[in-house]
Design a protein around this ligand. Structure first.
Ligand code: HAM
Length: 457
């Protein structure tokens, strides 16, 4: 169906008010449904993240989907691309400026300060799995609503922590079967002692070369010169390659810190590439920055990134507190897993379809379906009024391994038919043995049993 028939415009939304769409409605550009086939990947990723984070002592946090805009402007930096171009900002009914969260770190830091987490034993280790929103230009792997998992380690300044955060990120990618597809890029961007000096050197270097820069970089030169180093425009990249390197201007402390991080990574057998142009798109970083780049597509489709942010807590009104963290994009991970044909557990597949005919059969089927589910058998019942033949066709479409059939004869005789759908054979068993017979065929280890755990009052 073409877009004209749907009465949908493909124009960018800026300024083009087309009024409400007529049905059938579509999602806005850059956002998408996560359909059941993709959910199995999301569920698996969440399981791995929860497991690895718990093992390392991290506890889960959820910050609100929207915050006062200042949380992000202050935290991420007013001149960053995210804040200056990509935020979904709106006024609430009292005229206060609110923003849908574009990333997780600023909100976690706000929460750390607001909830007095400084009084807890340090470091405070927190992780999250949440949707985020950026008004990015939609393209492959770049959406306006996307899911990230991330973790933050607040209250410790040792280089071993940076290495450990990287190691957890790497282990998660390994568990997901995609670690080998990505290259760890590492750099140090110095701190408040050495960076101002480097920025002056950088400004001097670009003096007189402004005409070769793209419009964004002309602005960056004035407001945020470090970002000149990772511009994706060809001409800007040529200049960035011959620009003075931050690594040559690091102070003694930052140099030693960088060396320690690398030694710890080597100790843990994690390979990295020293990338002198890596600066990251958020302004809060100090010292260590890192990203996992796709081996084929490079920086375009980084699967995740992070680093140390020792100044952010103080900047947002807390006491001086060191911290570091990481976040990864879940849609990009799912795409990589699919590309690699990685299979995840099919927890949604049905085991059994129950077909029935007649009012008596239906009455007997309802408790049977409930007993099967209780036993861990994923069961679908055809409880409508269709003929047995129609129900069997449906069972075929659902690709169930077994179908139970309860017709008028079986009700009269107190039996039920179990049909093995893969070979087309069937046996009749006593109705009261139905659950036991099905469990025997499916196998104990494949049952979907659920233990809610013990609740203590
Ligand atoms: P970030 O590099 O902006 O870092 O985002 C992390 C990851 O989120 C990216 O590497 C990418 O996989 C994914 N991502 C970002 N934007 C999009 C998008 N428009 N569509 C799809 N995926 C996207 C942060 O957000 C920092 N808060 C990470 C951090 C945590 N640093 C310290 N702690």
């Amino acid at each position: 169906m073409d877009s004209k028939k749907l009465n949908v415009t493909n124009e960018e939304d800026e300024g083009a008010s087309t009024g409400p769409l007529t049905p059938p409605y579509q999602t806005p550009k850059g956002v998408h449904d996560i359909l059941p086939n993709d959910h199995k990947y999301h569920t698996f990723i969440k399981k791995v993240v929860r497991h690895r984070c718990r093992q390392a002592g991290f506890r889960r946090i959820t910050t609100p989907i929207f915050e006062f805009t200042d949380v992000f402007t202050r935290g991420i930096g007013a001149t960053s691309d995210i804040v200056s171009k990509e935020m979904y900002t709106f006024q609430d009914r009292k005229g206060r400026s609110m923003t849908l969260k574009p990333e997780g770190t600023a909100g976690v830091v706000r929460s750390y300060i607001q909830n007095g987490m400084q009084a807890l034993p340090q470091p405070v280790e927190l992780y999250y799995i949440e949707p985020h929103f950026r008004y990015d230009r939609p393209q492959k792997g770049r959406y306006r609503m996307f899911w990230q998992f991330g973790f933050e380690c607040i209250g410790e300044s040792d280089a071993a922590l940076d290495a450990q955060v990287i190691q957890i990120a790497y282990t998660i990618l390994k568990d997901l079967g995609i670690a080998e597809l990505f290259h760890l890029q590492l750099n140090s961007i110095g701190d408040e002692v050495c960076r101002p000096n480097y920025i002056n050197v950088l400004r001097d270097f670009y003096f007189g070369k402004e005409r070769s820069l793209c419009a964004d970089c002309k602005y960056r030169l004035e407001k945020n010169p470090l970002r000149l180093l990772d511009c994706k425009e060809e001409d800007c990249q040529i200049l960035a390659q011959i620009a003075p390197k931050l690594v040559d201007y690091l102070c003694t402390e930052c140099k030693a810190y960088d060396k320690d991080v690398k030694e710890f990574l080597e100790e843990m057998g994690i390979k990295f590439h020293q990338n002198n142009s890596l600066v990251r798109g958020l302004d809060y970083y100090t010292k260590t920055v890192f990203e996992f780049w796709d081996r084929n597509e490079g920086a375009q489709n980084a699967i995740g990134g992070g680093g140390r942010y020792d100044g952010l807590i103080e900047l947002m009104g807390g006491a001086k507190t060191p911290a570091c963290g990481f976040a990864a994009g879940m849609e990009r991970i799912v795409a990589a897993m699919k590309r690699e044909k990685i299979r995840v557990p099919e927890k949604d597949d049905l085991h059994v379809f129950v077909a029935q005919l007649g009012d008596e059969a239906k009455k007997k089927c309802l408790p049977l379906i409930s007993d099967l589910r209780e036993a861990g058998v994923r069961t679908m019942g055809a409880l409508g009024k269709g003929a047995i033949k129609t129900q069997m066709r449906l069972a075929d479409k659902f690709k169930v391994p077994y179908t139970l059939i309860l017709g008028l004869t079986e009700v009269r005789e107190g039996t039920i038919i179990i049909r093995d759908m893969s070979v087309g054979t069937q046996v009749t068993v006593p109705f009261e043995n139905a659950v036991e017979e099905v469990v025997k065929r499916i196998g104990e280890k494949n049952l979907d049993t659920y233990t809610p755990g013990e609740v203590v009052f």
